[in-house]
Design a protein around this ligand. Sequence first.
Ligand SMILES: [Zn+2]
Length: 375
Amino acid sequence: MKQFLLSFFLLVVLLPASIYGADNVVLITFDGLRWQEVFTGIDENLATHQDYSPQSDLIMQRFWDGNANDRAEALLPFIHQTVFAQGSYAGNRRDGSCAAVSNDWYFSYPGYSEILTGVVNPTIDSNSKVPNTEATFLELLESNSLYSEQTAAFASWDVFPFIFNVERSGVHVNAFSIEASPADAQEIFLNKLQNAIPSPWPTVRNDVFTHQYALSYLRREQPKVLFISYGETDDFAHDGKYDEYVFAANRTDGFIKEIWSTLQSIDQYRDNTVLFITVDHGRGESPLHSWMHHSSQQATTRANSGLVEYADGIVGSEATWFAVMGPGVVSGRQIQTDKNCITSNRIAATLMEFLGEDYRDYNPAMGAPIQVLFD
Ligand SMILES: [Zn+2]
């Protein structure tokens, strides 16, 4: 018995010091969903605007409330009632909490590359389909036998195979296109549906396909590191359809709820998974019509940007937000930052630290982990 107690004691003492550790991380992005909607709900001026919201009556009925918190909760019930309640979050600039990109552009490829690689590389300055010279944290982890063939990414936008550099990285990436090697009857059916249901956009598929392929892979392969990028919010915004942007945000909240409940139904993931949610960039707020766009001054003043009338850039579109929950993450806490915004280049190292990995062993140029999450 003494010996048993001794070995038990040694086991407890010698276990990896992972009071906040997890064996799995899931990173999810909404493309260009503004912090304004996340923390204060739908915008009355945009939701009642006859050009931006032909379905004004419907969205006001479903998502309007005089109280900003209740309004935000009506739009994103899972994020508010579960992720914020059980985790930590930042980005509500009206409440002393600031998050931002640190790249110079405020559009998607530089934004996702910053999030996923932890590095701001000045040569990444467009959304062109160029293989990423930087390595995502998924690719870096693939070099470790613990994570070999344990990473996967699902995305609606057709540039993601380049952001992940699929030729080099070894990360399983399903982005925009149907599943080339469907593994079961459901994936064959998903392929049929995706081929038959038109997407409104030439380079972005309907998010429901990204979601369903991700769920299918998650259940079957149970990767330790999963990335899902939903894209509809940004594209409806560029189209000037505020009502559809609002519906897309609400649908995506429901998708994330389903991912979380699926994770909690599988032994490998239950109480052993960190969920991190964020965005690649913000959008404009003032003047009102700038809500449709996002880009820095450097970007809008470039030839053929299409946004030359915005000589100061799309003001405020560097603003992001994030929310994280899982083992050890303080619950119900808004991170106060004052003016020191938490930048997106720290997310990759943060997720590695949750796994018990030190980013400096992989790429010391990455932004350091968001330490306040581990206090
Ligand atoms: Zn965009």
